[in-house]
Design a protein around this ligand. Structure first.
Ligand SMILES: Cc1cc2nc3c(=O)[nH]c(=O)nc-3n(C[C@H](O)[C@H](O)[C@H](O)COP(=O)(O)OP(=O)(O)OC[C@H]3O[C@@H](n4cnc5c(N)ncnc54)[C@H](O)[C@@H]3O)c2cc1C
Length: 499
């Protein structure tokens, strides 16, 4: 008799969702996490009384999270206190001007119309297109197995309305935005969101042009920090009997006759199970834990061929004043072409960015409990590569932090540098060390057209029986709701194939 029905490796959003659903379905489940806490890229930590989000800072398209809770016999509303974020951003353009982008679709349209009447009209067509897409895709595509061509054909046959959106996969994000919008400022305000799929506008597939619209369908922040999402999912799993063990690093999968039999931990302990679910990076899973000797040639070369996604340096700052910010999120926007250049100069060539762009998040404006009274917490997501051409991150991070604080003090957050009480800088290298994610690639693989759906590693391993994948490495890819969706998919596949 195996020790457990299922072992889950990694307590990111995908792992806790799959584990909790399997436990709720009556299976005995062991969730193993190598670090001291759950959540992975969706977690919150405390320093000197300030609370910071380590990775993810915003929640949109929450339908998969609602679905996961419903499958556990509860509701999102009873498990999570989600605060609505309105406006979506204060957008600061490269010429120093700024405007607020209200949450409501109509309000956003009015803000765009003030920049360009013509683009204001286009916003109506743009939002209608992606509204229609999301109505069909959230259930029909994002929550369905998409790991094989057969899965994709089934999705197409069961959701014929989705087929008309197929051309969006063949165009770039930039093409789609530029087709709808002509004004420089409007285009600029929609450029950065391409990075929510880890690619610049010129390389991101056109379907991700949904982001500048989808955030207006609802933007949320969980009271208490982003950790509340995996914490609530894990709480439901624990109630159903899921055992969670922290500081337990899995080193190897035990494989016998092409079927997984369990895992071996770094301390040598062996634990057996009928099924193993992996929430870790699929390159590490297949090349290190399964081992090349257990993989057919095609699977070996396939997994090696995926380019890793981008990472991001994140600056966490605690301040003893109220920063003059008008919104929870401030978007430090740059033009589409600058983001495409960024990709080649910084991500590909490894140069240190010479300008400061990204997202400033001030969660204390929505949830004051994230800092001591009268103080605020800031999470500043910057641009920067994993591998630096000159120098290394441990030395360079202080220089980039200083430049960022100086720049923000002069531009969007006057007074910042005089009020810093606490500063911590998490580089791509730190993400790799802390979460064992190769190169800190938080979306696992580039979300390009050749690494989506059936082209991404399959949720049900094709090489090893009894092995299932969740998280950013598999369909529908990186992001909090999408990795929760991957957990739903894995649990459904296990119910279907493992009895
Ligand atoms: C800076 C940043 C900003 C982001 N912003 C957003 C956002 O605003 N909104 C959004 O939706 N998404 C955002 N994301 C993306 C999102 O957070 C991730 O895609 C998602 O949380 C990844 O979940 P996952 O299930 O793939 O697991 P991960 O978060 O990758 O977690 C995997 C877990 O496995 C553990 N592990 C690794 N190796 C082992 C081992 N050998 N044994 C045991 N355990 C192991 C790790 O410690 C980790 O806890 C952001 C990410 C980052 C980094």
């Amino acid at each position: 008799m195996p020790d457990y029905d299922a072992i889950v490796i990694g307590a990111g959003c995908g792992g806790v969702t799959a584990g909790s659903l399997l436990a709720a379905g009556g299976r005995s489940v062991l969730l193993l996490e190598q670090s001291g806490e759950i959540g992975g890229c969706c977690s919150t930590f405390e320093r000197d009384g300030y609370r910071f989000d380590a990775g993810a800072t915003l929640l949109e398209l929450i339908d998969p999270i609602e679905r996961a809770f419903e499958m556990m016999g509860t509701t999102l509303a009873s498990e999570l206190d989600l605060l609505t974020i309105d406006p979506v951003y204060n957008v600061v353009l490269d010429d120093g001007s700024s405007f607020g982008s209200p949450l409501s679709v109509e309000g956003a349209g009015e803000a765009i119309s003030r920049l360009s009447a013509e683009d204001g009209k286009s916003w109506k067509r743009f939002s209608a297109l992606f509204d229609d897409f999301l109505d069909k895709a959230l259930e029909g595509f994002f929550l369905r197995p998409g790991g094989t061509m057969g899965d994709l054909m089934r999705i197409g046959m069961e959701n014929p309305g989705l087929m008309k959106f197929a051309p969006l996969f063949a165009r770039s994000y930039r093409d789609v935005i530029e087709k709808f919008f002509k004004d420089r400022a409007v285009r600029q305000s929609m450029a950065y969101q391409a990075f929510y799929c880890g690619l610049p506008p010129g390389l991101a597939p056109g379907l991700f042009a949904m982001f500048p619209y989808s955030e207006h369908r609802g933007l949320f922040y969980p009271r208490g920090g982003m950790i509340e999402v995996p914490a609530a999912l894990a709480r439901c799993g624990r109630k159903a009997g899921m055992v969670v063990e922290l500081n337990k690093r899995v080193e190897k999968l035990m494989i016998d006759g092409g079927r997984v039999r369990g895992v071996r931990l770094a301390d040598g302990t062996e634990i057996t199970a009928d099924v193993v679910v992996s929430d870790i990076h699929a390159k590490t899973l297949y090349l290190d834990m399964v081992g090349e000797e257990n993989l057919p040639w095609l699977a070996r070369s396939g997994i090696k061929s995926y380019p890793l996604s981008a990472s991001a340096p994140v600056l966490h700052v605690g301040v003893d004043y109220t920063p003059p910010l008008s919104a929870h999120h401030t978007l430090l926007a740059v033009p589409m072409e600058a983001l495409d250049d960024y990709w080649w100069n910084y991500h590909v060539k490894g140069l240190m960015p010479d300008s400061i762009s990204g997202l400033v998040c001030c969660p204390t404006l929505s949830d004051p409990s994230m800092a001591p009274e009268g103080h605020h917490s800031l999470d500043i997501i910057l641009a920067g590569p994993y591998g630096l051409k000159d120098g290394d991150w441990d030395k360079e991070k202080h220089r980039l932090a200083e430049r960022a604080i100086e720049h923000l003090s002069k531009t969007s957050i006057p007074g910042l540098k005089d009020h810093v009480q606490m500063l911590e800088f998490s580089t791509p290298l730190d993400f790799e060390r802390r979460l064992l994610i190769p190169e800190g690639a938080f979306l696992a693989f580039e979300m390009n057209i050749l690494a989506l759906a059936a082209f991404r590693p399959s949720a049900r391993s094709r090489s090893i029986k009894g092995l299932y994948l969740t998280g950013s490495s598999t369909h529908p890819g990186g992001g909090v709701p999408t990795t929760v969706a991957s957990g739903v998919i894995a649990s459904r596949l296990i119910d279907r194939y493992e009895g």
